[in-house]
Design a binder for this molecule. Structure first.
Ligand SMILES: [Zn+2]
Length: 520
């Protein structure tokens, strides 16, 4: 008997937490942070209390009440007495999480899983996740790779001890180089490395079940789809994917493999069902190149952090237009981590026209001092950016606007090459970003507009390429894979699949959150 229960990603884009149970094996496809659900109760400066552990997250249903899989050190006193009466409460143990990629809406709430639950993923996803965690301020909602244990002191949960690494199982690597191991074991405090032997390589099974992974094209490197062989047949999970990036051949190969495998069940994302196909990564890059050619003075490129494909596009644009490419310390740290994960990612040192922005900061975190030491000859200060503005592309985003005060650009263009606005919080940020851009008198391109209900003007839509396939592309993928049952996930419109797959004989079963579907 096979059963599947979705505890997130149901009628929602992101927050995927899909529990699969077959025989004695139980595991999750992803364990993501549900941003939209979270925004119902919390905001940027109003977050679940670290000192209350799991309590606030269970109260607001951001976590499922599954005793036995969540961190016991965050339970505090009497937690389960409070949540035990819930009909959804269950006690169970799991064999791991198959993690599709390093976006927080898929990986974030791994933070709350017991620290002995293994995370099966690609080396790239693991290293990108670690670089992101290392270079961000401590946050108990973002402890994907290692966590700070807590203990009760005076009725309140407080940090106790040193960081504990999670066990990872790298699905695509036979071994790690010594340098890569040093990075993986390094602690954010650097005083003491995280304990060693926290990973294993090339696992073939999760619990007692054989699985396969397939690299796919998405807006973050390392993304993978999975298929697991159960007693009822193969179950495939797409994660997030697209067909219009530079690695589109990978998604294509995944579909070809699935055609051969004929899965019993396909869990498929549905983020952008009603939108047009939109610009491909190549088209977006060509449009940005054109804009930079015409630009005077400083060019600021704003693309989602970790969108490394776009970062490479802008580097190529800088190279072609004779500008130097200025990245932030955290981008350099991420690129170094990616280089350690895969030799296909070149080293920053090989590119003399990549520079690293050094802001005015009194005290640097240890990872940033390390970057400054490693690339001392590449550092540029705000006055140098001001003086050489016309010869630079600067990779900034909303979070870096205060640095523009130090730079005080005389003339410039701000290219917004990132995703559209999804919620109120995004709209608030966008309003503030627009105000900063106006404040500095910069020309804006590709920015969502308040007067268009935060849409990007039609003629400026081609400066970004989405990380997700559009509806017709996904229908084509599903028809070709031809599973017996399709479970739509990571979508606000599961009915789209029911309506559009009627003629195929494929059974579409939209999940209900927390309800178990069984398959013979
Ligand atoms: Zn994603």
């Amino acid at each position: 008997m096979l059963s599947i229960t979705s505890y997130g990603g149901v009628n929602e884009i992101g927050g995927n937490k899909v529990l699969l149970e077959s025989g004695d094996t139980r595991f999750f496809f992803d364990f993501g942070a549900p941003f939209k659900k979270r925004a119902r109760f919390f905001g940027e400066f109003f977050s679940p209390r670290p000192g209350a552990g799991l309590r606030d997250l269970l109260e607001t249903s951001l976590l499922p009440p599954l005793k036995g899989i969540l961190r016991e050190d965050l339970a505090g006193k009497d937690l389960w007495d409070k949540f035990a009466p819930s009909a959804r409460m269950r006690a169970l143990s799991i064999d791991g999480v198959l993690l599709s990629h390093a976006h927080m809406d898929h990986s974030g709430y791994v933070s709350f899983l017991r620290d002995d639950v293994p995370i099966f993923t690609t080396v790239m996803t693991a290293f990108v996740s670690k670089a992101m965690q290392d270079s961000a301020p401590p946050n108990f909602e973002k402890e994907v790779c290692y966590s700070m244990p807590k203990g009760v002191k005076k009725g309140y949960l407080r940090s106790a001890g040193t960081y504990k690494p999670r066990p990872f199982a790298f699905v695509d690597s036979p071994a790690l180089s010594e340098e890569a191991q040093d990075f993986w074991y390094s602690s954010p405090t650097r005083k003491k490395p995280l304990s060693s032997e926290t990973y294993r390589c090339s696992p073939e099974k999760v619990g007692g079940l054989r699985f396969r992974f397939f690299p796919v094209d998405h807006s973050i490197p390392g993304a993978a789809a999975f298929a697991v062989e159960t007693s009822a047949g193969w179950v495939a999970y797409t994660g997030d994917l697209r067909f219009h990036g530079r690695a589109s051949h990978q998604t294509e190969e995944f579909v070809e493999e699935m055609e051969k495998l004929r899965p019993r069940i396909l869990l498929c994302e549905g983020t952008r069902l009603r939108e047009k196909r939109g610009a491909s990564e190549k088209e977006a890059s060509a449009n940005c190149l054109e804009a930079v050619r015409k630009a005077e003075g400083l060019v600021i490129a704003d693309f989602g952090a970790r969108n490394v494909e776009r970062l490479v596009s802008f580097y190529n644009i800088a190279h072609e237009t004779g500008r130097n490419f200025v990245i932030m310390g955290k981008d350099a740290y991420l690129l170094d981590a990616m280089h350690l994960a895969s030799e296909r990612v070149p080293s920053i040192s090989d590119f003399p026209d990549i520079l690293i922005y050094k802001d005015f900061k009194s005290r640097l975190p240890s990872w940033e001092s390390e970057i400054h030491r490693r690339y001392a000859d590449k550092l540029v200060l705000p006055p140098q950016v001001r003086e050489n503005a016309g010869n630079l592309i600067l990779c900034f985003s909303f979070a870096d606007m205060l640095d523009l005060i130090d730079i005080a650009p005389r003339v410039g263009t701000y290219i917004y090459s990132s995703s559209e606005v999804f919620d109120e919080e995004g709209a608030t940020d966008m309003r503030r970003l627009s105000n900063w851009i106006d404040h500095f008198g910069l020309k804006r391109i590709g920015l969502p507009r308040a007067e268009l209900n935060w849409e990007i003007p039609e003629e400026e839509k081609g400066f970004h390429s989405s990380g997700h396939a559009c509806g017709p592309d996904l229908l084509d993928l599903i028809r070709r894979i031809n599973p017996k049952t399709l479970i739509p996930i990571h979508t606000e419109d599961p009915g789209y699949f029911t309506r559009n797959l009627q003629d195929t004989g494929i059974e579409v079963r939209p999940p209900v959150e927390g309800e178990t579907m069984t398959f013979g």
